[in-house]
Each structure stands twice: as structure tokens, then as C-alpha cells.
Design a protein around this ligand. Structure first.
Ligand SMILES: [Zn+2]
Ligand SMILES: [Zn+2]
Length: 821
């Protein structure tokens, strides 16, 4: 065996193994292997954002542990990595950097800037993924902005269009006036804001009476299409069907009744405008009301706003309130706490606009989503309700078109003369309809030879919600079904409503099957103060900072051990420091064991005569193997971590290694057979610890394995060595009972020496143990040589099988010990 260097240099070791593993190609999925079972991780391609944050570290550590564990269990693991490039934030960033708006420059130029920015961002994130030591098969790397990926997105669209899932419609959609694009429900965040509730008089037609309406959006009065009351409301039901004058606009609308109106909120009378909020949309559809569009795409009042046309929403709000006050129609204004929908990417107040858009029929799939979500295995189980509740809460189908530049084109044209839609054929993709005409001579309906391209592009989720099929090799690999559904889809708790949901509906619609068999959920990373990590709260740490200071293996322990899977996990430096101390401990004990094993030749269990303490730790190691295996199977990484670290630190280092030193140092006293038994046990138990730790701390365990075990165990990497199978033959309850008692006696003497400030190697002149029972006496006898050797007893242990309260009690036993120094 080669010696281990004295100092544990994590930076050097981690860099070395990351390179060597890559060179050895041990993470490559073997497409030709027909024997091993496959296991595929549906790695979510992240938005390249230029930062790999601690949340990403948590995420990637989780699924890297799973990938490494499954590899050791004998699976042919597919662990791909892609990059989801078409995020809206990239366009916003490019606009900022170049001080332009996306429409100011030719699309090709804008795309190029986006691609350059993305490549810069990917490089930063990839560096962090590599430094974290993720066991990714980089031959699978892809970018959703590559035309070869467009091909898959476009093909899936064509197939779904043919199946009837894709349609165009003029429907109200969430609209970001800053980004000037439609956005999906999942991209709307809700923020608490202070607003104002204005009480406005709406005069009844041909009457001196008026109804008082409370609204936080007076700027929408020009788009008022009805006034609504609750039909059970005694105050107002007599007005239902009557006409009322819309102030400012000076036209009449009808008063309608609807039980959705809450008589107790404000005045109990509401204006219906197109569209002040989502409730307005429901009412307009239900009562078949007309629509007056009021806003332009960039959030200004249009010509329907009369004298307010051209103003921004906020300017119009102020002008209208002022005019109402002058007209004597504004009764009062109160403060109001309200929830406002804002754009996920730019935080601008979301409006609801009616536009012609492409939609995917997702609501027809809701029952299927619920049924499938119940069949999928969730870690932790209760997370499935998040997906089901989200699916059930959706009011609208998924709007999949966007008015953007940097995205996958929708492969569609229209006949210039008759408007007939021409869908690209499957063989045409990838294609950009803005650059190429459809490959047909003429319109099949009217014969025209002129076409206009679809200018809208796909929502970025259209790219990323087919990854389960794409990773499996769809549509090119003839055997892609072998890897589909994915064995595991990992996801953050915050993106269940997007990632887990969109994957589900896309694949259900395309293939009639769940995209993933299991779903692993990670919580959020909180700051050390328990609050959400944020740069402004000064509780923010970056991944390079943590990885640079303590390395990957320590950081991964924080991620694995920081809390139960699915729960939010605070980032605490002491947790990473503890991880690092554990690694140093493991390094030091390995170095020490390595010296003790310098003359060890591999033997088989049946060729050694094991002592009680040897059987004791071998039995505990076997039970540990069972517990850790169960924990990994259930993705309970924190439980696995706690079990391994406790065993390594307390059972192996503190107890066993100390207790067998004397046997190893003084074979002339104990005999060669006992020495060999200890060597065998050290060798096997340390190797077992490395195996169990390998998925979490791959670098250090590999370094120790290669130095001490590779020759004997014969695997080229610990990472591809077989996971230890639980072996009941090594479980020995009797030996555990005996060993516990022997260790307790040793521990008590060591404690006594510490309390008396005596050196640990201080000789014990005489030792008497009141064993309390004949059984205890027997155990002390068989463990005597290890006890005496470890505590440095100068004479034989006197054992008195009586119960006598003299001396120090050995907890938790009813035994007493007397020592003389
Ligand atoms: Zn926006
Ligand atoms: Zn035509």
C-alpha cells in the first residue's frame, strides 16, 4: 500500500479526480449495454443566469447522490445535462447591456447577442457544476437554442397540433407591458402592495339616484362593460336589468346580478371592465359581455380611452381620479392592502390583454394529471398534492406563444390571400418560418403562392417540457422507449407548478404516458438567519465562495445533511465546517490505519479468528449498511449522512481503532492471529465506510480507495465498484452486546484519566471490576486483552462478580470499577 500524504489537500484531490473520472469515462451512459438495468435522471436544464447559487448546489447534490448511488448499485445510469437558453431574462439582460429594445435591431443581431450572453453564462455555471463534482455524462450536453433542439420542440408541436391539442384563439392572457409578451400563469408572481380604493358614484339612467362603486382601478372606467351586484342583496336587487351611466365615458351599461359578488366587500357594487382582473374575465365569458380593449401592448391607454389615449396606466389613473373629483363623483379614497400579479422576470405589474395566441389544451388533461401524479413516487410523498392542486386551480389553457425574438420559432405560415394555416411537415424541422417559405407550391385552398410567416415564438417551457423524451433519445434513437419514462425527475419545490406540471401535460398529450416514475423535490436554501437568502439581507453566500473555501465534499455534506428532503434548508457555515472536520478526521484515521496495515495481505473472513470487538464492529457496520441503503432508496440523504458520520466518528474512530491499537502494536503479547483479525477488520470496515460515503463525498473517498484498496478490491474506481450488499451472516447480536460492554469499560477508564488530567497512556497499576453478574464477568474475560491493552493495565483485571457500589459506575451497566495509578 502506498502512504497517504500527511495533509488532506481538498483542492488538489478534487481537481485531480474530476479530471481523472472524465478521462476514465466512467459517467458515460453505455447505449450498447443490453444487460445492466438502466436508470435515467431527468436533469432539469437550468436557465443560464451567470450564477450557480446555493439552491443549485442543493439541487445538483441531491441528484448527483442518486446517480452515483445507482451506478454503484449496478445500473447503467443516464445523467445528462442541458441548458434551457430561451428565458425571458436573457432578452431583458441583452436589452440592458446594449441599451436597446429588442425591436430596435435586426432579429439576427439580437439573437446573436443573446447567444453570446448565454455562452458566457453557461461557462460560469458549468464550471460550478464541474467543481461540485457532478457525475454528468457530458457527451449528452445540449442547448435548447441549437437548431437541433428546435427540431424536437417543433416536432412535438406538429404532433400535438395534429392530435388536436394546439389551437389559436383570441383569449385574454397575462401580459407583461414591459416585456411586451404574453406570459403563462406560472410566470406570474403575487406581491402584497398598498393601493387605494376609490369610491365612485355611477348615476342611474333617468334617475337622481346613483350606485356607489369601490374600485382600485379607476383607469379602467373607460372599458367598463357592466355593473354587477349580488342578486340576493336586498339593497340592490331591484336595480338588476336597469341601465347605469358610466362616468367619464358617458355611456350606459346594464346592471347584472351574479352570486360571485360579495355583498360585504366595500359597497357591494362592482364595475366589470375588460380587463381589470381575472374575475372580470370570468364574468365577461359567463354573461357574454362585449369587450372594450383599453391598453396597447406596451401598457398605454389606446384610442378607446378617449381623451386619456396615450397616457400610461398610472398617468391615466391619476387623471381620471382628478376628473371624477372635479365632477363631484368621487366620494372618498381609502388605503387598501392588495395582492398584485407581477411579471416573474421583470416585476412589472401584469395586465390582462386580449390577443390572438397559440394555446395548448391542458385543462382537458387535469384528471389524467391527477391520476398520474398519484401513481408517481414522490420524495417526499406529500409534494404530489402541490402538483394536483396547481392543475386543479388553472382557469385557462396554457398560452404557448410569445411575442419575443430569442426563442424557438413556431413552424407555421399563413396564406397571404385567404389566411389558410400551413403547418410545417415533420421532415421540414428545424425551420424558421421567418427565413424560409413553406415547402409547398401554393395554398391548397386558394392557390396563392404568397405566404406570411408566424411571427410569434414558443414559450421557453415548450423547449424544456419535453426533456424526459429528449434525454431518452426521442425522436432519433430507435430504442428511446427503453429510457422512457425517466426514472427520476428532480425539481425544486418552487417549480413543481411549472417544470413537473408542464412535463406531465406535454408527455401525457404526446405519448399518453407519465414522463417520470419518481419525482425528487428539494426545498429552498435559506440564509443563516432562517430568512430567504437575498443579497439585500446580507445573508447571501455564493457557491464559488463556499466551494473555494471548503471544497465540494464538505459542501455536499451540508446539502445532503442540512435537513429532510423537500424541506427548506438554511445555509450555515458551521455545517460546512463540520463537514470539513469530518473529512479531516476520516483522512487522519485512514492514514493511521494505512500504517497499521502496511504488512497486511488480504485474507478472507473464514481465515481469521475474530475477537469479540471485531465481530462487534463488523456487525454494526452491517446494520449501518442496511440503514444507509434504505435511506438512499428513499432519498433520505440527511438520515444516511447522520448514520455514516456517527458510525465513522464515534464507533470506528473513537472506539474501535483505539481499542485495537495495542493488539496491532504488540503482537508479541497478543499473538499474530489477533493482530491479523484486527487488520482484517480495519481493512473491511474502513472500506465499507468509504463505499457508503462515496455518493456524498466522492473525491476524498476515491483518493483513499485508490491509495489503500484499489489493488486488493480490484475496481478501477470506487464509483463503479459494487454497492455493499447487506450480509446477515455478519450480524451478531451477542457480539454487539459483548462489544458494547467492553467499549464502555474502556471509555470509563479513559474518562477517568481525562478528569484527573492524566495522560491517556498512563499505566493503570491495578484495576478491579465489580461485574454485578456472571454474564458480565464472562464478557470482561473474553475482552480482557483488548481492555487491558487499551487502558494500559499493568496487571490482570480483577473481576468480582458482585454488585457493590464502590468506585465509578460504568454506564449504562450496573457495574463498578476501581483503578489505581
Ligand atoms: Zn416583464
Ligand atoms: Zn390561400
Amino acid at each position: 500500500m502506498q502512504p497517504l500524504p500527511k495533509k488532506y489537500d481538498f483542492a488538489e484531490i478534487e481537481r485531480k479526480w474530476q479530471q481523472k473520472w472524465e478521462d476514465m469515462g466512467i459517467y458515460h451512459f453505455d447505449w450498447n449495454d443490453k444487460h445492466r438495468p438502466t436508470y435515467s435522471v431527468d436533469t432539469p436544464p437550468p436557465y443560464p443566469s451567470g450564477e450557480f447559487h446555493m439552491g443549485n448546489i442543493l439541487n445538483w447534490t441531491y441528484f448527483d447522490i442518486v446517480a452515483r448511488y445507482k451506478r454503484m448499485r449496478g445500473f447503467n445510469v443516464l445523467f445528462p445535462q442541458g441548458w434551457d437558453c430561451h428565458g425571458l431574462s436573457v432578452e431583458i439582460q441583452v436589452e440592458k447591456e446594449h441599451k436597446i429594445r429588442k425591436r430596435d435591431v435586426p432579429p439576427a443581431q439580437f439573437r446573436k447577442w443573446c447567444e453570446q450572453l448565454i455562452e458566457r453564462y453557461i461557462a460560469i455555471m458549468k464550471d460550478a457544476v464541474l467543481k461540485l463534482g457532478c457525475s454528468i455524462d457530458w457527451t449528452t450536453e445540449y442547448r435548447t437554442m441549437d437548431p437541433d433542439y428546435w427540431r424536437r420542440t417543433q416536432l412535438s408541436f406538429i404532433l400535438l397540433k395534429k392530435k388536436g391539442y394546439m389551437y389559436q384563439g383570441t383569449h385574454p392572457v397575462n401580459w407583461c407591458p414591459r416585456c411586451e409578451t404574453a406570459i403563462a400563469d406560472a410566470e406570474v408572481n403575487y406581491e402584497k402592495q398598498k393601493g387605494t380604493l376609490h369610491y365612485i358614484r355611477f348615476p342611474l339612467e333617468d334617475s337622481q339616484e346613483y350606485l356607489l362603486i369601490a374600485t382600485s382601478r379607476p383607469e379602467f372606467i373607460p372599458a367598463c362593460v357592466a355593473v354587477e351586484v349580488n342578486p340576493e342583496d336586498e339593497r340592490f336587487k331591484k336595480y338588476i336589468g336597469k341601465k347605469i351611466i358610466v362616468p367619464i365615458a358617458n355611456r350606459t351599461v346594464t346592471i347584472i346580478g351574479d352570486e360571485a359578488v360579495d355583498p360585504d366587500f366595500a359597497t357591494g357594487v362592482v364595475q366589470i371592465c375588460t380587463y381589470g382582473d381575472k374575475e372580470d374575465v370570468k364574468t365577461v365569458i359567463k354573461h357574454k359581455l362585449p369587450v372594450i380593449s383599453l391598453l396597447t401592448d406596451n401598457g398605454r391607454i389606446n384610442e378607446n380611452g378617449g381623451k386619456y389615449a396615450g397616457l400610461t396606466i398610472n398617468q391615466a389613473k391619476k387623471a381620471i381620479v382628478d376628473d371624477l373629483a372635479v365632477a363631484g363623483l368621487l366620494e372618498k379614497s381609502d388605503k387598501l392592502a392588495q395582492e398584485i400579479g407581477v411579471c416573474d422576470r421583470c416585476k412589472t405589474h401584469i395586465e390582462i390583454l386580449e390577443h390572438k395566441q397559440w394555446f395548448m389544451k391542458t385543462r382537458v388533461l387535469t384528471d389524467d394529471v391527477e391520476k398520474t401524479a398519484n401513481e408517481v413516487v414522490w420524495y417526499p410523498d406529500y409534494m404530489k398534492t402541490r402538483l394536483i392542486d396547481w392543475a386543479r386551480s388553472l382557469d385557462w389553457d396554457w398560452v404557448i406563444s410569445r411575442q419575443r425574438v430569442f426563442a424557438t420559432p413556431i413552424p407555421v405560415w399563413y396564406c397571404k390571400r385567404c389566411g389558410e394555416l400551413i403547418l410545417a411537415e415533420e421532415a421540414w424541422v428545424p425551420i424558421d418560418p421567418k427565413l424560409e417559405n413553406p415547402r409547398v407550391d401554393k395554398c391548397s385552398k386558394c392557390g396563392s403562392r404568397e405566404f406570411v410567416p408566424e411571427h410569434d415564438v414558443f414559450d421557453t417551457w415548450m423547449d424544456s417540457s419535453i426533456t424526459c423524451a429528449v434525454h431518452a433519445g426521442w425522436p432519433d434513437h430507435e430504442n428511446w422507449r427503453r429510457l422512457f419514462p425517466a426514472d427520476m425527475h428532480p425539481s425544486g419545490i418552487d417549480i413543481i407548478r411549472t417544470w413537473a406540471y408542464y412535463l406531465m401535460v406535454r408527455h401525457l398529450a404526446l405519448f399518453g404516458e407519465t414522463p417520470y416514475k419518481s419525482c425528487l423535490i428539494n426545498g429552498m436554501v435559506l440564509g443563516s438567519d432562517g430568512r430567504k437568502m437575498s443579497k439585500s439581507l446580507k445573508n447571501y453566500v455564493t457557491a464559488p465562495e463556499v466551494l473555494g473555501k471548503y471544497g465540494s465534499d464538505a459542501t455536499r455534506q451540508w446539502a445532503a445533511g442540512g435537513g429532510a428532503t423537500g424541506s427548506d434548508i438554511p445555509f450555515r457555515w458551521p455545517d460546512v465546517e463540520y463537514g470539513r472536520r469530518f473529512l479531516v478526521k476520516l483522512w487522519n484515521v485512514s492514514s493511521f490505519v494505512n500504517k497499521l496495515l502496511s504488512d497486511y495481505e488480504l485474507v478472507r473472513a473464514e481465515d481469521v479468528a475474530l475477537e469479540p470487538l471485531d465481530k462487534w464492529i463488523l456487525s454494526k457496520a452491517e446494520k449501518l449498511t442496511q440503514k444507509v441503503t434504505d435511506a438512499f432508496e428513499e432519498c433520505q440523504f440527511n438520515i444516511a449522512m447522520e448514520e455514516i458520520r456517527n458510525f465513522t466518528w464515534h464507533v470506528f474512530c473513537d472506539a474501535y481503532v483505539e481499542a485495537v491499537k495495542d493488539r496491532l502494536y504488540r503482537p508479541q503479547l497478543h499473538g499474530q492471529a489477533k493482530r491479523l483479525a484486527a487488520q482484517y477488520t480495519l481493512h473491511e470496515v474502513l472500506h465499507r465506510v468509504l463505499q457508503l460515503l462515496a455518493p456524498v463525498t466522492p473525491h476524498l473517498t476515491e483518493e483513499i480507495y485508490q491509495t489503500m484498496f484499489a489493488e486488493n478490491k480490484g475496481c478501477k474506481s470506487l464509483q463503479t465498484s459494487p454497492w455493499p450488499e447487506f450480509n446477515a451472516a455478519f450480524v451478531d447480536e451477542e457480539a454487539e452486546k459483548e462489544g458494547d460492554l467492553i467499549i464502555a469499560i474502556i471509555g470509563e477508564v479513559r474518562r477517568e484519566k481525562a478528569e484527573k488530567h492524566l495522560p491517556l497512556n498512563m499505566q493503570v497499576k491495578s484495576i478491579t471490576i465489580y461485574s454485578g453478574s456472571a454474564e458480565n464477568a464472562r464478557i470482561i474475560q473474553i475482552g480482557e486483552s483488548d481492555i487491558a491493552g487499551t487502558i494500559k493495565a499493568a496487571s490482570a483485571i480483577r473481576i468480582i462478580p458482585e454488585k457493590k457500589c464502590k468506585g465509578r459506575q460504568i454506564s449504562p451497566y450496573d457495574m463498578y470499577i476501581q483503578t489505581e495509578y
